[in-house]
Design a protein around this ligand. Structure first.
Ligand SMILES: [Zn+2]
Length: 76
């Protein structure tokens, strides 16, 4: 896989399809934790104002999505 590692990456989960779901601080929105799938480009985020809660929520989402996502990363 050639997916680069973005700055501030919190966690990365390998998907069933061989791609990855990244959890990281939102690059544009302060106090948002973003989870994004490189395979199907589905994204989710949390912004409760509690960074720990947001991180845990997105880790959980990312883990679940990684288990379910069979999208194959496309060459760019
Ligand atoms: Zn996906």
């Amino acid at each position: 896989m050639t997916t680069s590692t973005p700055a501030g990456l919190i966690a990365r989960y390998k998907t069933a399809g061989g791609s990855a779901v990244d959890v990281r601080p939102h690059p544009a929105l302060v106090d948002h934790i973003l989870a994004g799938c490189h395979g199907c480009h589905l994204a989710n985020w949390s912004a409760t104002g509690d960074a720990w809660h947001d991180t845990e929520a997105m880790r959980s989402w990312a883990q679940q999505h990684a288990d379910e996502c069979s999208a194959v990363p496309l060459p760019t």
